[in-house]
Design a binder for this molecule. Structure first.
Ligand SMILES: [Zn+2]
Ligand SMILES: [Zn+2]
Length: 144
């Protein structure tokens, strides 16, 4: 069996029907290497790679990557959006109420929707997005 070469980031963008630019490649790589980064952190990661890119271009790029399914947007209530490269596995998140640390939690059932609605109102439900809220180990240590 011959090992097939993993597609490059540029090939993945092209495969998703997106225009390939250095900024978009840098954007996708920054999101994938980061851990649920916010837009400002992503913008600075992109600038480290390719020089100046406007915040507007970062927003537009993230929108395109999210729509193409290459990037996932996580938006805990009351917080700015964060982005991650882990897509397609219906995982959930746990968020610290105090410091806003965020971590991945595998889907409870392994496939969407992992919760059965008590009343589906006739909707064909295909996803349940769960955010677990609490205190991270650091914050619960300092608050006790
Ligand atoms: Zn915390
Ligand atoms: Zn995640």
């Amino acid at each position: 069996m011959t090992a097939s070469r993993a597609p490059t980031t540029a090939e993945e963008l092209r495969g998703a029907g997106l225009r390939v630019t250095a900024a978009r490649v840098a954007l996708l790589e920054t999101v994938r290497e980061g851990d649920h980064l916010g837009v400002e952190a992503i913008a600075s990661g992109v600038r480290d790679r390719v020089g100046h890119v406007s915040l507007q271009a970062v927003y537009e790029g993230l929108h395109a990557l999210t729509a193409a399914g290459l990037v996932r947007r996580v938006e805990p209530a009351g917080d700015p959006a964060r982005f991650e490269g882990r897509v397609g596995d219906n995982h959930h998140h746990v968020v610290c109420r105090t410091c806003r640390a965020i971590a991945d939690v595998d889907c409870a059932r392994g496939a969407a929707p992992c919760l059965t609605a008590s009343d589906d109102h006739g909707f064909a439900i295909d996803e349940a997005e769960v955010i677990y809220w609490g205190l991270c180990p650091d914050c619960s240590a300092t608050s006790s």
